[in-house]
Design a protein around this ligand. Sequence first.
Ligand code: G4P
Length: 525
Amino acid sequence: MDDTTRHVAGEAARRRTFAIISHPDAGKTTLTEKFLLYSGAVAEAGAVKARGARRRARSDWMEMEQERGISITSTVLQFSYRGHVLNLLDTPGHRDFSEDTYRVLAAADAAIMVLDVAKGIEEQTRRLFEVCRARDLPIVTFVNKYDRPGRDPLELLDEIEEQISLRPTPVTWPVGDPGDFRGVVDRRDGAFVRYTRTVGGLTEAPEELVEPSRAAAEEGRAWTQALETCALLDEVGATLDVPSFRSGATSPLFVGSALTNFGVRHVLDAVVDLSPPPSPRLDDAGAPRSLAAGFSGQVFKIQANMDPAHRDRVAFVRVCSGRFERGMTVVQGSTGRLFATKYATSVLAAERSTIDEAFPGDVVGLVNAGDLRIGDTLYDGGPVAYPRIASFSPELFASVRARSTSRYKQFRRGLDALDEEGVVQVLSDPDGDLTPVLGAVGQMQFEVAAHRLAHEFGAEVDLSPAPYRAVRRTDEATAKLLRTSPGSRVLVRRDGTLLALFESEHWLARLELDNPSWCLERSVV
Ligand code: G4P
């Protein structure tokens, strides 16, 4: 092993790249803040939200975000903890943006699933979990808000297993009932960590390691009950198992309160100690690319106009192998063209700072990335192509029309940009028409698209719901037959895929039954 190889392997081994998934309000933002607090990246919690407010003040299209109080854009936070480099990929919590989340998760090596102890598995948790499962992502579970009255955590274990077929293996267990939370027992060594609250949870909660005999004397029933439950968990074998966690079958579970900081350190430690470092990524032929091979990375997200003063376009690239160095010229796999990486940035929340080098697991933001597309592979020294990042099957459709014909050029340019960014899918009639159909997973994607077409591209649009209820992938031969049958329409997606849209599920079922030889594939990704 030469020095460079050793260096890259060592840096990769220090990386942990992960995302937090949760239903809105379960505590993802709070936990993120507390990670920054415990890693020493911020001296006091609250910095993330404050930065968020500054960012919103700066950015015009994020007016919508401000009005709605939801997070539309994703950010990447990099911070160090215990000699490791942690890359936290933030995912939008709103269900309408799950397509965006899907792509972000394609760049993560693990995820933390945050549950509200009073609510358990909620709709968006399930949806996001399914994306993780499809990618075999290892998942750490954090049961949050234990400082408040909530459900019996044992009941939550059953719910997780029943509803999403993931076997939780508690690593920490609470001492005290929800609402009367004293601390956690680490089941690996039986250590009881008792916490003291700080004002507003702004600073770390002082911790005290309490011996079992003292715990029994001081905590009484809360302590004996915790021990009894831990014995029960031992009996049923609900115990941490790293291989099955890494394969996505079990989930190490932690209990705590992000607000008061109780149990937060254990979760951060789990990211370092349990979740996997970057591993050799498989190329589209299924062969692993060694971490120490020449630089390669994949674009997983494109974001336009992060800084309205510059009207720029940033491509977020996950480094998959080798060392990235700012200024290096890389090959864009899809076109074979060279791409100069003079303007590489790392992104801490929305604040940019120029980065000089990056290693597997890191995320690099390439500014002015005009030609880059989601899924593009970039490489240097030894070509490689990674499998494309699948897109969601659209569930909602709307026809879009430029209000003024004189703005048609701007309208088309805007649609192309939004399509490439993955804000919405633009479906066009192969015969050409003035009103393409937009496909989305959530209604709000349409609103963002319309807002951005008007404000960034100068093309006011009218959107009207399109009456389609089901979609199938099809081929030319079937498309020809469908064009003559009512209640359906065949459109083409940017990647060339032909999509057949149907106004009625019953009608589609009937067609499928009557024409078994037709190409109508459920999977449109
Ligand atoms: P999200 O990103 O998953 O949407 O959730 P976020 O962290 O914004 O938390 C949602 C609400 O839940 C916030 O309250 C937050 O303070 C609260 N919260 C988060 N973790 C805990 C916890 O461990 N215990 C308790 N009791 N509450 C928690 P908010 O009133 O909506 O906002 P804020 O005014 O506190 O910022």
